[in-house]
Design a protein around this ligand. Structure first.
Ligand code: NAD
Length: 422
């Protein structure tokens, strides 16, 4: 298991696209371009803590590709953030935006820190100083961050406010689109907070239509109960699915007949985690992976689904809500066992799709009603799924390879049309 975890995550991302590139005999120049980010920005910046000391933090912004539009991707605050991880996450953003057909490129950023170790004032100073250090490396028509693991709409509001304050006075109202995932008060979009979880549910709904299953008859288990896993659990439960087991960083729980997700949400809001939820049984971490369900949804960190855990799964489908949750060896085990996988760049694209809508609303100064957001959102998710199913059937490959084929074909076409400067 440790060997799988030690592998470079960026190399995993490169291997994934190269496999699909072989299927369409992609030109070597495009492969070389896409195998590295265009820009790697690393900043070390000091922040005053409340105990009177100052601490130097390391932050990253990796701009992978912008052939289809401005760089786009989240900011992650987590102790494991490093250059290799952010490079992988940035590359996946390029393929995700290309796959769902929105005019953005791919980027990712983060700060190596545990947000829970700092109070709100300290956290705000970290966010503002990091934004200041990034300076003109981000911008509403250049590179647009969003929330990811360990960051929230509050983080985005602070980034936007800091960026506006370091912009010329005449630009301060027009730069709101420098980040997406903001609160509604600060220019966010209706539907953005739960968009990634909702996109996971729409992915599941599409799969049901494809294979002839009923959504409301499905049992699911979920790793992660944060922005993505928590919203997915609530929406899946509303849609009639039984949420049998849930894990987060505090523990793993299950309940015969399914968890009461509304009560679990209230418990997690009060206590900070699923541990100790009274209406459930605590189980060992590894038991999550052998819970008998129809669908397993990893919605926490990368490399969680190892070969050993893939061998233990008792499900028919894995929907990758997290980025990079499945190791390469686990992927082979899943294929051998006939367990279908909806890949991350397709399953979790809901967040960036509604981020695109937020950016359009900021540009036009007009807020869209939720129904408009949702109709356009569902249409984009389903058309991406249709494209992937068509590519999979015509090339007789996995859903993941097909998703990369669709994305790579769009990127290659843009390079063909634009050429390589000079
Ligand atoms: P989050 O910080 O809101 O939640 C993360 C969840 O994972 C928490 O419940 C945490 O307790 C849990 N967790 C952490 N370590 C764990 C462990 N070792 N075992 C079990 N659970 C653990 O983060 P998020 O925004 O929900 O992101 C989750 C995943 O989804 C990440 O891979 C992220 O890149 C991806 N993603 C997020 C978005 C978004 O819009 N937020 C969009 C696309 C993809």
């Amino acid at each position: 298991m440790s060997d799988e975890r030690q592998r470079s995550l960026h190399q995993v991302a490169v291997d994934q696209f190269q496999k699909a590139a072989d299927l369409i005999e992609l030109n070597d120049a495009y492969r070389e371009i896409l195998a590295q980010p265009k820009n790697e920005i690393i900043v070390n910046f000091p922040v005053h803590l409340d105990d009177g000391t100052a601490k130097v933090f390391t932050g990253y912004r990796i701009q992978h590709n912008n052939i289809l539009g401005p760089y786009k991707g989240g900011l992650r605050f987590h102790p494991d953030v490093d250059l290799d991880e952010v490079k992988a996450l940035a590359a996946w953003m390029t393929f995700k935006t290309a796959l769902v057909g929105i005019p953005f490129g791919g980027a990712k950023g983060g700060v190596t820190m545990a947000p829970s170790a700092y109070n709100e004032c300290e956290l705000q100073r970290v966010v503002r100083r990091f934004t200041h250090a990034l300076g003109s490396n981000i911008g509403p028509d250049h590179d647009i961050p969003a929330p990811d693991l360990g960051t929230t709409s509050q983080t985005m509001d602070w980034v936007m406010d800091t960026y506006a304050n370091i912009s010329p006075p005449g630009d301060r109202q027009s730069v709101k689109g420098v980040v997406t995932g903001k609160s509604i008060t600060c220019g966010g979009s209706l539907g953005r907070a739960e968009a990634t979880g909702r996109g996971v549910l729409y992915s599941l709904r599409h799969w049901c239509g494809e294979v002839g299953e009923r959504l409301d008859a499905l049992k699911v288990s979920i790793q992660g109960f944060g922005n993505v896993g928590g919203h997915f659990a609530e929406l899946a439960s509303e849609a009639g699915c039984e949420v049998m087991a849930v894990a987060d960083h505090t523990g793993t729980i299950r309940a015969d007949g399914g968890l009461d997700v509304v009560k679990l949400r209230a418990w997690v809001d009060d206590t900070g985690g699923v541990f100790g939820f009274p209406a459930a049984d605590p189980i060992d971490t590894e038991e999550l992976f052998s819970e008998a369900v129809d669908v397993f949804v990893p919605a926490a960190l990368e490399n969680q689904l190892t070969a050993q855990r893939a061998g233990a799964l008792k499900c028919r489908l894995v929907v990758e809500a997290a980025n990079g949750p499945t190791t390469a060896t686990a992927e082979k085990v899943l294929a051998e066992r006939g367990i279908d996988v909806v890949p991350d760049i397709l399953a979790n694209a809901g967040g960036v799709i509604v981020s695109y809508f937020e950016w359009l609303q900021n540009k036009s100064g007009r807020a869209w009603p939720f129904a408009d957001v949702d109709d356009r959102f569902r249409a984009l998710v389903w058309s991406a799924h249709d494209d992937v199913v068509a590519a999979r059937d015509s090339l007789d490959c996995s859903r993941r390879d097909a998703a990369y084929v669709v994305a790579l074909s769009r990127l290659a076409e843009a390079y063909e049309r634009r050429g390589i400067f000079p």
